[in-house]
Design a protein around this ligand. Sequence first.
Ligand code: AMP
Length: 210
Amino acid sequence: MRLILLGAPGAGKGTQADVLSAKLNIPTISTGNILRAAVKAGTPIGKQAESYMQAGKLVPDEVIIGIMRERLAEDDCKNGYILDGMPRTIPQAEALVAGGVEIDVALSIEIADETIVERMSGRRTCPDCGASYHVINSPSKVEGVCDKCGAALTIRKDDQPEVVKARLVTYHQETEPLKDFYAKLGKLKTVDNQPTIAETSEAIFRTLGI
Ligand code: AMP
């Protein structure tokens, strides 16, 4: 299964990608996590990406396309993958097509903007391994500590309400048109966000027939 997860920031793509990755036994590729690791490590790509990320803007397409090309060539991608947060623009989607990357389904998680702003205020992220939690919907076992690696959880700089609003504008302008792009290819499926993570997962399983 080669799956793209579409949806606004905070729609639950990362959370559902983890659920799907465990169920289907394929890796999740999150450009956001790759970029955050690069920023933390202070690599040239990280230095280039940081200011865009902090402003809630998209990192230039050529940077993302380079990252994806390298990552998809790795061995663990042979049996499929879940793309979380990429493509986010039409040129990125076109680059996948031009690179011969065949996608089975582009699944969009639909959620109202108001719900997102509210939800993002509770998100906590592990700066070391990228795991994501929510203080109410999906808390870590010990408050403030990552279940997976034990690091102290943080609030992403770009989860501040003003930046979230900018990210939503960017989403509607640059990423939402991808729904049409994949609909025209006959690959688009949509699922409405449900009150709980488990119910959204169930809706996704039904839609994907898994
Ligand atoms: P995310 O964790 O997916 O919400 O991504 C966090 C930030 O990383 C975004 O707001 C962008 O600044 C940047 N980013 C992640 N993926 C992409 C992408 N495919 N294209 C451009 N920018 C991206």
